[in-house]
Design a protein around this ligand. Sequence first.
Ligand code: GLY
Ligand code: MN
Length: 467
Amino acid sequence: MFPKEVYQNRRNNLKKLMLDKGQKGLILFLGNKDVPFNYTANIYPFRQDSNFLYFFGIDKPDLAAIIDLDNDKEIIFGDELTIDDIIWMGNMPSISELANQVGVYKTKAITDLEVTIKQALKQNRDIHFLPPYRGEIKHWLQRLLGIEYQYTTYYASVPLIESVVALREIKDQYEIEEIERAVHVAYQMHTTAMKMAKPGVKEQQIAGAIQGISLSHEGPVSFPVIVTVNGQILHNTSYDNILQQGQLLLVDAGAESRLHYASDITRTTPVGGKFNQRQKDIYQIVLEANKQAIEAIRPGKLYRDVHLLAARIIAQGLKDLGLLDGNVDDIVEQGAHALFFPHGLGHMLGLDVHDMEGLGENYVGYTSTLKRSSQFGLAFLRLAKQLKPGFVLTVEPGIYFIPELIDLWRREGKFVDFINYDKVEQFKDFGGIRIEDDVLVTDSGARVLGKPIPKEVEEVEKLCAEN
Ligand code: GLY
Ligand code: MN
């Protein structure tokens, strides 16, 4: 856990933001429960809810907490261990001991939560809660509040969502250190994968090796790892292929730190350790987009504009190779480049790999005046708003040749003035390249977090040759 004051300050800031918005009543936080894997007693590794971790820090299942805005009170609800729990899991600190560590001095049994909530409802008090994303939490909310299961997300408190985003989006020194620790683990994962990228090796072996590295350092991976020679499939989590000379291996993977902060890094490596000319040409464009985007990051800048800068670099590069034609600004404005770069430049990173996505992506990445575009490609940009010091985000441009999308657009006659389809046909077996770093917005610019992970062509080839 962080020092007690960190959690106290976070809760005090939350109270202040809510009161400043004219809100009253109770804020209800429901912690996560253990989830059965294939039968009740065989559970998935426990992952606490990120908002519960942020405000209350206790990494245990079956807890809830209330902040009473009207009476300035905080209570953690949870049951003490039974003798059976102690026999099977060992003794652990009591709920009140854990609560003391995060500066909460009142605890109650979990059954008292229902009593407290029913009483508040009877008094017509407001009960603010965040959008639930797990079925059992929706059921819990239904039982406590009498809201139908399927409407529990709909009744989540918008002032609470906005307040939580305003706090969590700015990372303090403790959080930056945690994320950096997670990037250090990612360094080990990615350099290992690069060295393993040899003909005859299975994707599965590399996927297993890098997950083991994560687990043996601080915690599990921060999301299902992507280890694929089919990098054109953006979230490909099958590992069925055997690597062959001439292919590219795309690895998108990160770790969780001990306190559950995430890293999220992508590297693309030539199988066998040497890029061919065609691969090098495309790789250099993506690398240029990655580096210039990082260079362009500074407080006050819209991340949408950084995305569009990366898009223009990609369009210019592909134009130089004869895959695109025409004016680069027109290509990007009309969205023709999205055939090759169909996703956004990046997202916030923190306790969640797509930080706070469970609260609603538009609350995190957009504002009341900056709305999400509906254009293919730009519509998938998760973070568009003005950058502030303390934001941590990913920069992850890519170029992909997706045969099905190429065929579809060609059939539909899309952007025939911009896209040289005959030339693009020759790249249908190319796969995809993405290069992703984790970046802190500083007072004057940006800092790439962690020890630099090789990404220049020569660095990657040198590392591959090491083993
Ligand atoms: N690294 C996976 C993603 O950003 O969606
Ligand atoms: Mn990412």
